[in-house]
Design a protein around this ligand. Sequence first.
Ligand SMILES: Nc1ncnc2c1ncn2[C@@H]1O[C@H](COP(=O)(O)OP(=O)(O)O)[C@@H](O)[C@H]1O
Ligand SMILES: [Mg+2]
Length: 221
Amino acid sequence: MARNEDTSIENRHVFVAAKTGGGKSQLMRNHIVPAKGVRAVFWDPDKDHRCNHYSNRRQFLTALAKADKARKPFRVGWCGDSDKATFAWWCDAVWRILDGEFDTWIVTEELADLDMLNRVIPAYNTLSKRSRKYGGILVGNTQRIQEVPKTFVTQAAEVWIGLHEHQDANYIEKMTGLKREEVEQLKPLSFFKKENGQWVRSGTVYRKFGNSSGKRNQFKR
Ligand SMILES: Nc1ncnc2c1ncn2[C@@H]1O[C@H](COP(=O)(O)OP(=O)(O)O)[C@@H](O)[C@H]1O
Ligand SMILES: [Mg+2]
């Protein structure tokens, strides 16, 4: 159960949308989630983030509980099963370690894969509605913006929109007012960021990272 509620904490949730390869994970890693000195927990099936990854539930829970108890910065990530039931379990585990005395970055990759368009998973709903008061900062992304509830976008304090295909760009124009041509013409790693109600151009650069990116044996495929 989340503890030490503090209703004065503002909403700092972040939402990022771009097609695959648009640079969402890079942006989150390089610009949004602090690289060190914070409490951070990751839903990270493809290991896009720098953290201690676990694919075993018991080991994940133990690591998280230990880290929480130590009252020190930590980065604990889940890279196991990525189905809805596992996500519900993960959200519940995160909810239980939130503590209003600390910020906790809650990083979730590819929310459309969790099939919440018509019904948000209750444990995720709890995080999105209530984690703010317990220091939770939700950072989520999707490559299919039409397949997540609009509220994921409208309720975020900070929104980043990257490169999209025509159909999604149309939807984005209707939803945000961003011109669809401009959204279609963005380069990978370039984004529009909504800041104080205004859209500004921003982005990130590719930074090498300690997973297997770029080390693929071209022959093996
Ligand atoms: N080795 C590399 N050198 C330069 N740029 C790269 C390299 N690997 C990936 N990128 C850039 O990063 C992008 C992928 O970023 P990523 O954050 O993984 O995208 P997303 O999470 O939106 O699918 C690629 O489209 C490419 O622009
Ligand atoms: Mg990604």
